[in-house]
Ligand binder design. Structure first.
Ligand code: GDP
Length: 446
């Protein structure tokens, strides 16, 4: 079950509970059973799910809740908190500091996406002004050095490795020394993987770690490994001091529940997720927005991140203010389309904006989506200022629609389609953002 489906199942279970006239033990049990089933199908470890269910029952003691308590809210909050608890190990991962050299060692099975993730991690920090460097201490897999070299060259990140040297410890130590001398502040070391967990892999990892003394060990895990996630993560944790987890391939048909299991097994937080093969398909992982999305509550902070990326800084508070007041006009839609076209990759941005949901922008159809945006923008070019700035749905009468179609050389039905999409979008954005406290300019993180 992919995460979207998991989110859908949980939301449905909560919805069904909300539809019940009276919330009693039976209704609560049905809801929890439904959620349990969804989590198990998403490969969350059985023990975690069972504990969660018991905890929620303890918190939501229906007999002791006085009349007048909003039981639905209490149950919803308890589920939210319990899911957050599983994903939050209680202590943050070591955070490297810009300008101060840190060594970060990547471990994981072969094929987990380790090498790709090393470069994504480096690229992410480089964009934020860091001076990262990559070291290939994977001497086991033929082609590993070439792959890292290719990725590093593409991203213009310095790299170190050797075709001849077979001792990973030597390469790791040499690479780290060299980049420390070059004042790199984030030295990322890619280590060998194996097809399966085996003693030789763990021994090598231990040796590299001992020699290099990394500030942080990141365990990379493929999200599609299913129920094996817990044991695999635990095996790595027992060999090296894993301090953070990155889950890859969250874009595919992955059973994302592995993320919950990996956190529980390593007692380390998930810090990023991989959402595609490309260098920038990499997202910070935050527990609360992630769980919010699972529970169908919308991802406010993910939206904020994307707002920061796609909307120029000085326009952000104003835009958010307008959206939260329900003033989503065609002009705002036009301006956001402009920003998004500048930005790319389009699919990612859209998937995070509340309202621009998967059905409007299906993944894998980015080209079509882009063409559609351009088509809409041409039509909006034929609209008057009054039409662009209006929030009155009745303004767009037949003669206006015909004029826009003629002006842009499109069919009336194309204009109707655009207007319908605008209406749906406005409704969704409004339902997610209404009444939201908008951060003031100074309160927005860069
Ligand atoms: P390694 O053996 O662990 O170093 O794995 P690689 O970095 O070589 O990745 C294995 C495969 O997974 C490659 O084809 C990558 O392009 C792909 N991959 C890595 N991360 C992601 C991701 O987040 N999403 C998708 N779809 N593919 C990924």
């Amino acid at each position: 079950m992919v995460l979207q489906q998991l989110g859908g199942s949980i939301t449905r279970a909560l919805q069904q509970m909300s539809n019940a006239t009276i919330i009693d033990e039976k209704v609560l049990n049905e809801c929890l059973n439904e959620i349990t089933r969804a989590l198990l199908q998403s490969d969350v470890q059985f023990k975690l799910v069972r504990d969660m269910q018991n905890n929620i029952k303890k918190i939501v003691n229906l007999d002791h809740l006085a009349a007048g308590h909003n039981k639905r809210n209490i149950i919803h909050k308890a589920i939210f908190n319990e899911l957050c608890k599983i994903l939050d190990p209680g202590k943050p991962a070591f955070a490297p500091k810009k300008g101060k050299p840190s060594v970060v060692m990547f471990v994981g099975l072969q094929g987990s996406g380790k090498t790709t993730t090393c470069t994504k991690y480096a690229f992410y920090h480089q964009k934020k002004g860091w001076k990262p460097a990559l070291v290939c201490a994977d001497t086991f897999r033929a082609g590993a050095f070439d792959q890292l070299k290719q990725n590093a060259t593409k991203a213009k990140i310095p790299f170190y490795g050797s075709y001849m040297e077979s001792d990973p410890v030597k390469i790791a130590v040499e690479g780290v020394e060299r980049f420390k001398k070059e004042n790199c502040d984030l030295i990322i070391v890619d280590t060998s993987g194996r097809h399966k967990q085996e003693a030789a892999l763990f021994e090598e990892m231990r040796q590299v770690s001992e020699a290099m003394k990394p500030d942080l060990v990141i365990f990379v895990m493929d999200s599609s490994i299913g129920q094996a996630a817990f044991d695999q993560a635990q095996a790595f944790k027992q060999s090296v001091a894993v301090g953070a987890v990155i889950i890859t391939k969250m874009d595919g048909h992955a059973k994302g529940g592995g993320a919950l299991s990996a956190v529980a097994a390593t007692k380390s937080p998930v810090i990023f997720i991989g959402t595609g093969e490309h260098m920038d398909e990499f997202e910070i992982f935050d527990v609360k927005p992630f769980v919010s999305r699972l529970l169908g509550m919308g991802d406010w902070s993910g939206f904020m991140d994307k707002i920061h990326e796609v909307v120029p800084m000085d326009q952000q508070p104003e835009l958010l203010q307008k959206l939260s007041e329900g003033n989503f006009t065609m002009r705002i839609m036009y301006e956001q389309y402009q920003n998004i076209l500048k930005m790319g990759p389009i699919g990612q941005v859209f998937s995070r904006l509340p309202g621009f949901s998967a059905e409007l922008m299906p993944k894998g159809c980015e080209k079509e989506s882009q063409a559609k945006i351009k088509r809409y923008m041409y039509m909006m070019d034929s609209m008057t200022n009054e039409e662009l700035d209006s929030t009155n749905p009745k303004l767009m009468n037949e003669s206006r629609i015909m004029r826009i179609a003629r002006g842009s050389g499109r069919q009336v039905r194309d204009v109707m389609e655009m207007l319908e999409e605008y209406k749906q979008l406005a409704k969704k954005i409004w339902s997610q953002l209404k009444g939201l406290k908008i951060p003031k300019k100074g309160e927005m993180s860069a």
